[in-house]
Design a protein around this ligand. Structure first.
Ligand SMILES: *[C@@H]1O[C@H](CO)[C@@H](O)[C@H](O)[C@H]1NC(C)=O
Ligand SMILES: *[C@@H]1O[C@H](CO)[C@@H](O)[C@H](O)[C@H]1NC(C)=O
Ligand SMILES: *[C@@H]1O[C@H](CO)[C@@H](O)[C@H](O)[C@H]1NC(C)=O
Length: 339
C-alpha cells in the first residue's frame, strides 16, 4: 500500500468512525433460552466488533480456505445456526466472521440478517464470482460496483399493451429469424421495496454501495491478481480491478447472449450474479455499510469459443484477494474498531 494512499484514507476515517458509533448501538444476542446463547455472548464480548465476510457457494469458500489467510479463533472457532456455519477468527489481524450463505437471493438475505442480528458486526464484505455483460471486462477481472440492481422483479404485461414508464423487454423483438409479435408480450422491470430503520419504505432500483467504503476500496487498484490457472494455461492479459460499474442480481443463471446484450444496453449493467443485491439490501435495511467484490468467471452467454470454459476458481481467488486487502485497510483506517 502506497504511503500517500494511507494518508488519503485517514481523511475519511472520521466519517467512518461516525458511521460505526451509530451502528454499535444495536443490541446483539440470541434469545436467553437458546442453547447457543452463552457461546454467542462470548464471541461478541471477547472478539468483536467483527467484519462480516459473506460468500455464496463452495468454490468461493474454498478460495478463502486454501489461502490460509483466515485464522480461526482458539476460543470459539465457529457457531452453527440455521444450517450455516459462522466461522469466527481474524484476517490480517482484523476480527472477521465469515459465512457461506448458499446460492441466490433468499439464502443470501436470510444469512446476512442472521449475521447482523446475532453477532456484533460493523459492516458486510461480500465477494464471489460473476458473469460479465460488458465486452470491456475480461475473465479474471474483479468488479467493485457502486450500484447493484435486482433485475428479477417484473410486471408481466398483456399482449399489445401500452408502453409503460419503466424499462421493458419486448419478446417479439427477439423472434428469430425476424422480429415480430409474440404472445409472451413484454415484461416491465420494477424496483424493490427497501425498508430501513427510521425511514419510510422506498422503492429503489439501484441499490447504492456505502460511499466511504467504496472510497477506501478505490485505493486497492494496483493489487496483484492471478492470471494463470495452472502451469500451462494463463489468461491473455493480467486481470485488473475495475471500479464504479453497475452490477445486477437475479435468481437466474444467465447464459444467453441476447439477454446479456439487453442488460448492458438498457441499464449499462456490466456484471450478473445471484446474490449481491440481496446482501446490499439486507445491509441497507439494517443501516450497516456493505461492499461487493465480484470476479469475472464467465461471459454470461457471449463468446462461443471461451463459452465452455468457466474460470470460477480463479475468479473467486481474485475477488477474495481484493476483499482481503480491503479488510486489512478498513481495519487500519478505523482504530476505534479494533482495540
Ligand atoms: C490447465 O488448464 C487448462 C484449462 O482449464 C486445461 O485444459 C489443462 O489441461 C490444464 N493443464 C494441466 C497440466 O493441468
Ligand atoms: C449508459 O451509459 C451511457 C454512457 O456513459 C449514458 O449516456 C447513458 O445515459 C447510460 N444509460 C443508462 C440507462 O444509464
Ligand atoms: C464497461 O467496462 C469498461 C471497462 O471497465 C468501462 O470503462 C465502461 O464504462 C463499462 N461500460 C459501461 C456502460 O458501464
Amino acid at each position: 500500500m502506497a504511503v500517500n494512499g494511507l494518508r488519503a484514507v485517514n481523511s475519511k476515517a472520521i466519517v467512518i468512525m461516525v458511521v460505526v458509533l451509530v451502528m454499535t448501538q444495536r443490541s446483539v444476542q440470541l434469545r436467553s433460552n437458546h442453547p447457543l446463547h452463552g457461546v454467542v455472548d462470548r464471541v461478541n464480548e471477547n472478539g468483536g466488533p467483527y467484519i462480516g465476510l459473506v460468500m455464496a457457494y463452495p468454490t468461493e469458500e474454498a478460495a478463502l480456505q486454501s489461502s490460509s489467510l483466515f485464522l480461526p479463533s482458539s476460543d470459539v472457532p465457529s457457531v452453527d445456526l440455521s444450517g450455516r456455519r459462522f466461522n469466527i477468527g481474524t484476517i490480517k489481524g482484523v476480527a472477521v466472521i465469515y459465512v457461506m450463505t448458499g446460492e441466490q437471493t433468499l439464502n443470501a438475505g436470510i444469512v446476512v440478517q442472521i449475521l447482523l442480528d446475532v453477532f456484533n458486526i460493523e459492516g458486510i464484505v461480500h465477494y464471489g464470482t460473476a458473469g460479465s455483460t460488458n465486452d470491456s471486462l475480461s475473465l479474471g477481472d474483479v468488479s467493485v460496483p457502486n450500484y447493484v440492481a435486482f433485475t428479477g422483479s417484473w410486471k408481466w404485461k398483456e399482449f399489445q399493451s401500452m408502453k409503460g414508464e419503466l424499462p421493458e423487454l419486448q419478446f417479439g423483438s427477439y423472434n428469430f429469424p425476424s422480429r415480430g409479435d409474440n404472445l409472451l408480450a413484454k415484461v416491465e422491470f420494477t424496483p424493490q421495496q427497501l425498508y430501513s430503520t427510521g425511514q419510510p419504505m422506498q422503492e429503489v432500483f439501484w441499490l447504492p454501495i456505502e460511499p466511504n467504503w467504496f472510497s477506501v476500496a478505490m485505493l486497492l487498484s494496483d493489487i496483484n491478481l492471478q492470471r494463470c490457472i495452472n502451469n500451462t494455461y494463463c489468461l491473455p492479459e493480467t486481470p485488473k480491478v475495475v471500479y464504479g460499474l453497475k452490477g445486477s442480481t437475479a435468481d437466474i443463471f444467465l447464459d444467453n447472449a441476447a439477454y446479456r446484450e439487453f442488460l448492458f444496453k438498457e441499464f449499462n449493467i456490466s456484471t450478473v450474479d445471484e446474490e449481491s443485491s440481496a446482501v446490499i439490501m439486507a445491509s441497507l435495511t439494517n443501516g450497516v455499510p456493505c461492499i461487493v467484490f465480484r470476479g469475472i468467471s464467465d461471459l454470461a452467454g457471449a463468446g462461443k469459443r471461451v463459452k465452455a470454459m468457466s474460470l470460477s476458481s480463479l475468479a473467486a481467488v481474485n475477488a477474495l484477494s481484493v476483499a482481503v486487502e480491503f479488510i486489512s485497510l478498513i481495519g487500519k483506517v478505523n482504530p476505534i474498531q479494533f482495540h
